[in-house]
Write a protein that binds this ligand. Structure first.
Ligand SMILES: C[S@@+](CC[C@H](N)C(=O)[O-])C[C@H]1O[C@@H](n2cnc3c(N)ncnc32)[C@H](O)[C@@H]1O
Length: 288
């Protein structure tokens, strides 16, 4: 069999993905090659030559990626914190900026033993599982309204508990329902939420427009409709001194903190930027 240089296959993949308008063509070409070869991306330079079936498999995935199918749907997984979750059609792919919400939450929990945590709008359950992985003593509740998202979340939760992580408590529910998790009112140490927040009508790339579920991305009231309910749920669920962190659109740097400040039981309201300097999440504490 005629072996071929992997480097050339990656160069060709990068060219095709660049022409297709993919945002990070070289990185995606590398990650597709690494996925096909079953190695970490960093080990690709140690694979100089590959067999034709490998080139063909890379070519097939690159052709799909060029149609703007999300990379994570093709590889089947996405990472958040120190965990990976399975993703595919019907569930939102966790994004790097949500790492910041996780980091803030973990820092907030330092010094609190056996904390109760709620992840509103859990999607694939990535945030809930990443938190449970770092804090095995935590009791982590997670909720989503969408049946397909919940099926992925259930699968991911099972994989993680089978691997020895503390199981999370996954629920089907609507965070606009003021009775959701009523049994936890005033008992929660930390409420995290990455809700749908993109204002309707905003341009989004094909990966998002055609593949992420619309209900996971867009929200009414210029993107604030679900955030408003997350704030109300946080104010109700948190124990005195408990913490709230909600991700938002970069256009909500004033509007999201204003919604939080409007709740008199929430204090210490701060907005935080992401890695690119854009307003990205708001945090607060319950008075106590
Ligand atoms: C942006 S995705 C976030 C998923 C996950 N937290 C993450 O960071 O990857 C938002 C999620 O909120 C869910 N959602 C939308 N409206 C909701 C509601 N009213 N109640 C509960 N979940 C909702 C969607 O189904 C979707 O899974």
């Amino acid at each position: 069999m005629n072996r071929q240089p992997l480097r050339l296959a990656i160069m060709e993949a990068t060219r095709i993905l660049t022409e297709a308008g993919v945002e990070s063509p070289r990185s995606d070409a590398d990650l597709i090659a690494a996925h096909v070869l079953g190695v970490d991306r960093g080990r690709l330079p140690m694979v100089p030559l590959v067999d034709p079936p490998v080139i063909e498999a890379i070519g097939q995935l690159v052709a799909q990626r060029a149609k703007r199918i999300p990379l994570q749907y093709l590889t089947g997984w996405a990472a958040l914190g120190n965990v990976t979750v399975n993703v595919g059609a019907g569930v939102f792919v966790p994004r790097p900026e949500t790492e910041l919400l996780l980091e803030w939450g973990l820092k907030f929990l330092q010094g609190r033993e056996y904390p109760v945590v709620v992840d509103l709008c859990t999607g694939s359950a990535a945030l809930a599982l990443a938190l449970a992985h770092e804090r095995p003593d935590a009791v982590v509740y997670a909720v989503d309204v969408d049946a397909q998202a919940l099926a992925w979340a259930r699968h991911n939760a099972d994989v993680h508990s089978d691997a020895g992580n503390t199981p999370i408590r996954l629920y089907s529910g609507d965070i606009t329902d003021p009775t959701m998790f009523a049994e936890l009112d005033g008992l929660v140490d930390l409420v995290l939420c990455n809700p749908p927040y993109v204002p309707e009508g905003t341009y989004v790339p094909p990966e998002v427009a055609e593949h992420d579920p619309a209900r996971a991305v867009f929200a009414e009231e210029s993107g604030l409709a679900i955030i408003r309910h997350a704030v109300a749920a946080g104010a109700r669920l948190l124990r005195p001194g408990g913490g709230l962190a909600i991700e938002h659109d970069d256009t909500h740097g004033s509007a999201a903190p204003a919604l939080v400040r409007a709740r008199r039981v929430l204090t210490g309201v701060e907005d935080h930027n992401d890695y690119t300097g854009r307003a990205r999440f708001v945090t607060a504490r319950r008075l106590g």
